[in-house]
Write a protein that binds this ligand. Sequence first.
Ligand SMILES: Nc1ncnc2c1ncn2[C@@H]1O[C@H](COP(=O)(O)OP(=O)(O)OP(=O)(O)O)[C@@H](O)[C@H]1O
Length: 329
Amino acid sequence: MPASDIGIDLGTRNSQVYSTGRGLVLSEPSVVVYDKNTEKIKAIGEEARQMSGHLSSNLEVIRPIRQGVIVDYTVMEKMLKYFISRAMGRHAFRKPRISICIPSGTTEIEKKAVEEATYQAGAREVFLVEEPIAAAIGAGVDVTKPFGNLIVDIGGGTTDVAVISMAGLVVSASVKVAGDNFDQAIMSYVRKNHSLYIGEDAAENIKIKIGTASQEASPRTLEVKGRNVITGLPKVVTLTSEEIRIALKDATNQIVETVHGVLEKTPPELAADIVDRGIVLTGGGAMLHGMDTLIEQKTGVSTLTVQDAMSAVVVGTGKYAEVLTRMEE
Ligand SMILES: Nc1ncnc2c1ncn2[C@@H]1O[C@H](COP(=O)(O)OP(=O)(O)OP(=O)(O)O)[C@@H](O)[C@H]1O
């Protein structure tokens, strides 16, 4: 029985594991709870997220990846090994080939270390995959062909924009603006304009329910509860999707400018392919309503957010080894 290939997406917000034999086998927050007294990790992933709201003083919440950069390598390594062992489980008849999609800001030394940790966790072969290539494969693009494809992956902490042809990056750029910045922008907008203090979860909820990047014909509304910044008392306000569009404007414009910058540097033959094939959006942040419309309006190139945008990177990472083998044949 052939071993399945395993793909891992180590994300700022979420980490996911995909097996070519079994599909998406793990999707958990990239969070760890650390016990300062015993100097040991207490919980990882979903269990850690659930604990994080109610911790005693000896426990600390660690997010080892921030804005696409590994900030705590030791904890990241433990989290990675835990996710791999969970994903392989009892099904590990034969050591798998493991592909890992690493954050865009990873240094060469960190790449080597991630590779080493993956071998230690039981991989037969390890491939490090660049995020836009994984996103393109996951979006169903045949990256092995000599055509230009423009991929915009909007995650939690970073947006990666790249023109891909023959499984390589031709032009690329990364900006530290993505889904989590949208939440921050909403928090500061409601504080400034409604004197309302809300938490990150509430901001994310507003973004998902009525957030938009482009103007809507009939704006939606949402009642939001929080604390009055001035009096400290509970307060309720009704927000409109148009307000949220304005709140997100700086962040969404930075993403559009990054796409513009990449298009400007794209060789003309590949630019012509992109006009024909359109721009492809992936990543959880790309699920913001109207993001594809905004990019389409500002670039003049048809743009589409793929279905299952949030799992495109991990699915593409899982299929990477097979695509590479096919290319080499
Ligand atoms: N329906 C939705 N509408 C808007 N945003 C959403 C929606 N669902 C999830 N998101 C956002 O997607 C982001 C997480 O996306 P994703 O899991 O792709 O990021 P990540 O891989 O952890 O991050 P990165 O690629 O930056 O390392 C979060 O900011 C989350 O709020």
